[in-house]
Design a protein around this ligand. Structure first.
Ligand SMILES: Nc1nc2c(c(=O)[nH]1)N[C@H]1C(S)=C(S)[C@@H](COP(=O)(O)OP(=O)(O)OC[C@H]3O[C@@H](n4cnc5c(=O)[nH]c(N)nc54)[C@H](O)[C@@H]3O)O[C@H]1N2
Ligand SMILES: Nc1nc2c(c(=O)[nH]1)N[C@H]1C(S)=C(S)[C@@H](COP(=O)(O)OP(=O)(O)OC[C@H]3O[C@@H](n4cnc5c(=O)[nH]c(N)nc54)[C@H](O)[C@@H]3O)O[C@H]1N2
Ligand code: SF4
Ligand SMILES: [Mo]
Length: 694
């Protein structure tokens, strides 16, 4: 037995944040455990975080760069890999311009600063993320409505909590841990759960609103209707800090409870009681989840929920939805040098004219990328670099994503494993996990924290993503630092700390203050909460929110309902997997061996299906199979399926990406997407089910 060394660091097997103590023996991590001193997690860790040991030392993990030669992977050196990429990128730039290169990532992984800097200095406006339908869409809609993202102040002691399409105990999303919610709930807060599915929290809720999937914006109108009609709003706040109140009220009047109830399937009296509970219990917060964004009403739904927070006086009030103050470090946008992207390049952003809000937050929706690759319009995309994303499994209309990525002339993928997406690449670069990197982790900045994630070990030849962007950037003639640490010093400079010093401190917390609008106003063009949005108006869009029917629903597509009679609610998470990750880790796979589709027992009876059967789920775009679990906590008209499935154990290069991948079934036509954000309607469609005979 060698000597055991303990290193304090921060997990990022989900969006991250939990404090970790890693035990190292002979240069190998032998154990990780929760750090009791972490202000975020207080010593707890989940299955995904603990499984990092299996991931980091997994036999299928790729530990060196590779290139594809005649359809087979060959090991190469970092020098050769980076020179090859720089050379190919330069050729594309010479011939088509930098905009012909798409730079992509998936969900937030604390390297946006570096990825965006690389893209901006390269001169391409075409950055593809998950932000069009997740989180960044929420941030964007918040920016144009109230200037900043409102976050639940669980620490401030809410007396009522509305979980609006959010399941924090399973998902620990963004800048939250389920733990924050649970503490506030245990202190006696009332709970309203808005969810089509009766889960652990719906069972415990004071009120559970089982809405039809995808109708959240209509339900929000119902809440507003009650609050305005009964005069339960904060009149002083509305008078002083709201822009467009009269026009907004007029719009709300178009949604009486009867209409809302018909759209949402929620009983009128239940909507009324929930709205009253929220408006009369002070303070109260709304925790919104990603299903409210993966919809045609993405932007408007966010705006409606902000309206609820604002007019009840809960915005930036202790225990309400607040604007946490981040610690003094350099912002991502400054580090990324967004201003250095020349205006003529910015103007070329794919879909930028149509999806103005997406352009405002510097991203594109995948649809326009696939179109540019497959049709050459409005101009061709020729090369791509994807870091930490598996769009073949995680994006709408997966077959189109697959065809498009296959058609790219040159593709680089940065990952741990050869995923179905990585198999389409020409060059593969091996990324370091969170155990193998030094970084100022900032996914928690909107909750007031940045955290020191320090390198515990080196494994194989893997590099942390930040270093990959730096070294590739330098080869492309960009201005970067010599080392990862120097870049971190630059990030930390406003705090007065160097990376070496910050590592010892562990984290920084911004100093919180409430009601900042009383002295500074809201950071919008009118300085107020814009329920009537002047930015949308400037863009020639409806400045007031509205409900648009789900694009593929029994109401909007009666022509499909005979063949596809069920509403598919796609993308239920489970506690052990993060999207398409983790299927190769036996600790996790033992818990969840198969993709699960939930159906109501009545539905099962109708089709002669039993618990555990494999079933085909079919939509107008194809069919995939998953395994049935019966759940009487969903509506018999709804089918709830998991996303993210592929089979690492299948050896051919497709790795079974088309067997159980629910996103093959999901549409991504422009008409189905949010008109300003390009959010894909990932969560809801029509489907049929039938027992697999084989
Ligand atoms: N374990 C695990 N954790 C994760 C992830 C993961 O894949 N696995 N993914 C991460 C990511 S990137 C994200 S964005 C977050 C998302 O995390 P959350 O925001 O919590 O969202 P979900 O878990 O997708 O859905 C939350 C709840 O919304 C319900 N729901 C489904 N459709 C609708 C609808 O139309 N309206 C309403 N009101 N409710 C609906 C679901 O039944 C579910 O109970 O989780 C993050 N954390
Ligand atoms: N139908 C349906 N589809 C959905 C959803 C849904 O609710 N329903 N949810 C959507 C949402 S909210 C999101 S955010 C997207 C997520 O979409 P993605 O981000 O594409 O999904 P992941 O599977 O988490 O990540 C892809 C890859 O990143 C790799 N990876 C993990 N960490 C790192 C790292 O640090 N560096 C590098 N280089 N690679 C890393 C993993 O090995 C994995 O192969 O999925 C979306 N897809
Ligand atoms: S919740 Fe996220 S950060 Fe915490 S241990 Fe689990 S995977 Fe890691
Ligand atoms: Mo997400």
């Amino acid at each position: 037995m060698g000597e055991v060394r303990k290193v304090r660091t921060v997990c990022r097997s989900c969006h991250g944040g939990c404090g970790v103590i890693a035990y190292v023996e002979d240069g190998r991590v032998v154990k990780v455990e929760g750090d009791p001193e972490s202000p975020i997690s207080h010593g707890s860790m989940c299955s995904k975080g603990l499984a990092i040991l299996q991931l980091a030392y997994h036999p299928q993990r790729v530990l060196h760069p590779m290139k594809k030669v005649d359809g087979r992977w060959e090991r190469i050196s970092w020098d050769e890999a980076l020179d090859t990429i720089a050379d190919r990128f330069r050729k594309v730039i010479d011939k088509y311009g930098p905009e012909a290169i798409v730079i992509g990532q998936g969900t937030g992984r604390d390297y946006e600063s570096h990825l965006y800097r690389f893209a901006n200095l390269l001169g391409t406006p075409n950055v593809l993320t998950a932000g069009h339908m997740c989180y960044v869409s929420r941030v964007g809609a918040s920016l144009i409505t109230c200037g900043n993202l409102p976050v639940c102040d669980y620490e401030g002691g809410p007396k009522a909590i509305v979980l609006w399409g959010c399941n924090p105990l399973w998902t620990n999303p963004d800048e939250y841990k389920g733990e924050n919610f649970w503490r506030a709930y245990k202190r006696g807060a009332k709970l309203v759960v808005i969810d089509p599915r009766r889960g652990f929290l719906a069972e415990r809720a004071d009120l559970w609103l089982q809405l039809r999937p995808g109708t959240d914006a209509a339900l929000a109108f119902g809440f507003l209707h009650v609050i305005i009609e009964e005069g339960l709003y904060d009149k002083e706040f509305v008078e002083r800090y709201v822009h467009g109140w009269e026009a907004f009220c007029e719009r709300v009047r178009e949604y009486p409870l009867k209409r809302v109830s018909e759209i949402t399937w929620v009983r009128e009296d239940l909507i009324r009681r929930a709205a009253e509970l929220y408006a009369t219990t002070k303070p109260a917060c709304i925790h919104w989840g990603v299903p409210t964004e993966q919809a045609i009403n993405c932007t408007d739904c966010t705006r409606l929920l902000i309206a609820l927070m604002a007019i009840t006086g809960n915005l930036d009030a202790p225990g309400g939805n607040v604007f946490f103050v981040p610690p003094p470090t350099r912002t991502v946008s400054e580090f990324a040098r967004h201003r250095d992207l020349p205006p003529e390049q910015r103007a070329k952003r794919l879909g930028g004219e149509r999806y103005r809000l997406a352009a405002r937050v510097a991203l594109i929706t995948p649809k326009v990328a696939w179109e540019a690759i497959l049709t050459g319009k409005p101009y061709p995309l020729k090369a791509g670099l994807l870091c930490g994303t598996n769009p073949v499994v995680t994006r709408a209309n997966a077959r189109e994503a697959y065809e498009a990525l296959k058609a790219l002339e040159f593709l680089v993928v940065i990952d741990f494993f050869l995923t179905p997406t990585a198999e389409l690449a020409d060059v593969f670069l091996p990324a370091a996990t969170w155990l193998e990197q030094d970084h100022v982790a900032d996914n928690w900045k909107r909750h007031g924290y940045v955290l020191a994630r320090q390198k515990v070990v080196q494994i194989g030849e893997c590099w942390q993503d930040h270093k990959i962007f730096m070294e590739l950037g330098k080869r492309m003639g960009q201005q970067w630092w010599d080392t990862v640490e120097e870049a971190l010093d630059y990030l930390l400079e406003p705090s007065g700390l160097t990376w070496e010093e910050f590592k010892k401190v562990g984290y920084l917390k911004g100093e919180m203050s409430y009601y900042k609008y009383r002295t500074k106003g809201f950071s919008t063009p009118t300085g107020k909460v814009e329920l009537y949005c002047t930015t949308l108006e400037k863009w020639g869009r409806d400045p007031l929110p509205k409900y648009v029917e789900v694009p593929e629903s029994p109401l909007s597509r009666p022509d499909l309902i005979g063949r596809y009679p069920y509403i598919l609610n796609a993308g239920l998470r489970n506690p052990v997997y993060f999207h398409s990750e983790g299927r190769q880790l036996s600790w996790l796979r033992e818990i969840r061996p198969d993709p699960i589709v939930e159906i109501h027992p009545e539905t099962a009876r109708r089709h002669g299906i039993q618990e555990g059967d494999w079933v085909w789920i079919e939509s107008p775009r194809g069919r995939v199979k998953q395994r049935v679990r019966l759940n009487d906590g969903i509506d018999p008209r709804v089918v709830v399926a998991e996303h993210g499935w592929w089979y690492p154990e299948i050896e051919d290069p497709g790795h079974g990406w088309d067997i159980s991948n629910i996103n093959i079934l999901i549409d991504n036509a422009h008409e189905t997407m949010d008109p300003v954000m390009g959010a894909t309607n990932l969560r809801v469609g029509l489907c049929n089910i039938s027992r697999c005979e084989d």
